[in-house]
Design a protein around this ligand. Structure first.
Ligand SMILES: [Zn+2]
Ligand SMILES: [Zn+2]
Length: 180
């Protein structure tokens, strides 16, 4: 068995504790140590987007500005993130999105499952890919990750633009995301 990220051979772990855990390790300790969990980085976060914040604030500057601009009609109610978007995560997203490395979704399997266990009354609606992107990649990464939760997926959204997100400026991306 090999690490899904760096392909290093994984030593089978034969301690008594691991014999009884159902989650099999898919990545090596080196790779695992490079993930930063948001709840470990800070214990105070923006109430909408989960960005780490100073204790005295409830909303970050971006969420505050959007609330003002959309006058409380912002369709984004709350974002939950598990990991920070550090350099390591950027590398993984590049492998995932641009090299079509589907197997990498299993890196996040346990974390996603555990996060969904804590949620009640929800529907999973992945952000759709443009047809152009879908044909290029062969899968929708949002739907692939969402499938790890083991719940029903509803494809309710339709894409109105085929322009690639990563080619846009931050301002354009924010506007696009907020306007879905
Ligand atoms: Zn590794
Ligand atoms: Zn925020």
């Amino acid at each position: 068995m090999h690490c899904l990220i760096c392909y290093k051979h994984l030593q089978p772990d034969t301690t008594w504790s691991t014999l009884f855990t159902s989650a099999e390790k898919q990545i090596c300790a080196d790779c695992e140590s490079q993930f930063e969990r948001l709840i470990e980085v800070s214990n105070h976060h923006c109430q909408i987007c989960m960005r780490p914040l100073k204790e005295s604030l409830n909303l970050c500057g971006d969420c505050f500005a959007w609330r003002e601009r959309l006058d409380g009609r912002d369709p984004l109610k709350r974002n939950m993130s598990i990991f920070t978007y550090n350099e390591f995560m950027k590398e993984i997203m590049t492998l995932f999105k641009y090299r079509g490395d589907y197997e990498l979704i299993y890196v996040f399997k346990e974390e996603i499952k555990q996060t969904f266990v804590s949620l009640k009354d929800f529907a999973i609606v992945p952000i759709p890919l443009s047809e152009e992107r879908f044909n290029e990649r062969g899968f929708n990464q949002a739907e692939a990750i969402a499938s790890l939760a083991g719940e029903k997926i509803l494809n309710l959204l339709k894409r109105t633009s085929s322009e690639k997100q990563s080619k846009k400026t931050k301002q354009e991306r924010i506007f696009f995301n907020k306007s879905i």
